[in-house]
Design a protein around this ligand. Structure first.
Ligand SMILES: [Zn+2]
Length: 392
């Protein structure tokens, strides 16, 4: 077997152990600022040997759709996951965490079938079942204290410190330590580690917490490089301060639209990160009120675009059956909510920083080796191809 086809692209079997890290919410400005202040010498060294490329996330710039694009090498229209959360055909809002929602195999699942040893480690447990789709061994840092693997036993015993809580700034680093510790006994050839953006939701580039996070990250990247790993680092999305919050449920009610239902695809169990407020949302509305709803939404300060389902599906490569009748995107400073009464802003740790729209679409792609040849703009879905892609 010389190469393996996954979702229309050909990948080489890794000839050297290879890892991709999803640096959740690490906007390129964190990297640029850290490079300027010589905060991350191992990351700098990595890009000097390899590459420092800027690319795009998928829209909406949320965690689950972008993680799935990274591991499938394909847009949400192919893998079927346009948000963290959606309005199911049953009429209930549900989390998109069940592997049954996936419409394309992951690179790891196809490689596993071809007897490449793969492993996925996610910080947030919400991604564990999706990343484990197929027969990919997948563990989470969040639940590491409860997880066992047949060849290992209790996994937490491999890391010499207690499992941090999901709101501990070092839990992303714990996931990287877990990846390194499990990869050796499992003889992993292709590893994926997905971090969490709690620090980036809380701290801007240059703030003390962010610096501490990046220094620890740099140290761990050094440990991977020193033990012979080839690395690709990419973000799922960027991050911006969002001092303005617009409640679209209230705006629709004031505009006399009775049938609308606002669904926030950022919604997940980690409310202290963002209180379910991001810069993209779905609005489900009866056909008879569609134009009226569109006008009411377009009049909201901070709303930049209101797309119909068909426009959004084709221009943003989204699965039409899992988005709203209208797709709303906000500007860099604005987050979108349901009604004011439905959000508990007291859950936030400090002022709101969030993502979801076009202004959080720029992401870093850092590689420890020169990339496979590419033309035009890259996205985070290209990271495995840049490391393992077979030129045509
Ligand atoms: Zn994220």
């Amino acid at each position: 077997m010389s190469s393996i086809e996954v979702n229309g692209r050909r990948y080489r079997r890794p000839e050297q152990k290879t890892a991709v890290f999803c640096l959740d919410g690490v906007d390129p400005r964190y990297i640029d600022d850290a490079f300027e202040r010589n905060l991350v010498p191992r990351l700098r060294e990595l890009t000097e040997q390899g590459a420092d490329i800027r690319g795009r996330s998928q829209l909406p710039s949320f965690t689950n759709p972008n993680n799935l694009s990274i591991v499938t090498g394909a847009p949400p229209s192919v893998h079927g996951v346009p948000g963290n959360h959606y309005l199911a055909p049953s009429g209930d809002e549900v989390q998109l965490t069940d592997p049954a929602v996936l419409r394309a195999p992951t690179i790891h699942a196809v490689f596993e079938e071809e007897e490449v040893s793969v492993l996925a480690v996610t910080t947030k447990d919400k991604l564990r079942r999706l990343l484990g789709s197929g027969h990919v061994p997948c563990v989470s840092a969040e639940k590491a204290g409860e997880l066992h693997m047949a060849a290992i036993g209790p996994i937490a015993r491999l890391v010499s410190r207690p499992v941090p809580s999901i709101y501990d700034w070092e839990i992303s680093h714990y996931a990287l330590e877990l990846g390194l510790a499990l990869a050796e006994p499992l003889e992993v050839e292709l590893l994926y580690v997905s971090l969490t953006d709690f620090v980036q939701h809380s701290a801007a580039p240059g703030e003390e917490l962010s610096d501490a996070y990046l220094r620890r990250l740099d140290n761990l990247v050094g440990r991977y490089l020193d033990t012979g790993w080839r690395l690709g680092l990419v973000a799922d999305h960027g991050m911006n301060a969002k001092p303005e919050i617009r409640f679209l449920g209230d705006a629709l009610a004031e505009g006399g639209v009775g049938s609308a239902r606002v669904v926030l695809p950022i919604t997940d169990p980690y409310v202290a990160h963002h209180a379910a407020l991001g810069s993209a949302c779905w609005v489900h509305v009866d056909e008879a009120e569609l134009e009226q709803a569109r006008d009411a939404l377009a009049a909201v300060t901070g709303v930049e675009e209101v797309l119909t389902k068909e426009q959004a599906a084709s221009s943003l490569s989204l699965p039409a059956d899992r988005i709203g009748d209208l797709v709303v995107l906000a500007d860099a400073r604005t987050a979108l909510g349901k009604t004011e009464a439905e959000h508990d802003l007291s859950a936030l740790h400090g002022p709101l920083r969030s993502h979801g729209g076009r202004h959080e679409q720029e992401v870093p792609l850092l590689l420890s080796e020169p990339p496979a040849p590419f033309e035009g703009e890259v996205s985070n879905a290209d990271i495995h191809w840049l490391l393992l892609g077979e030129a045509a």
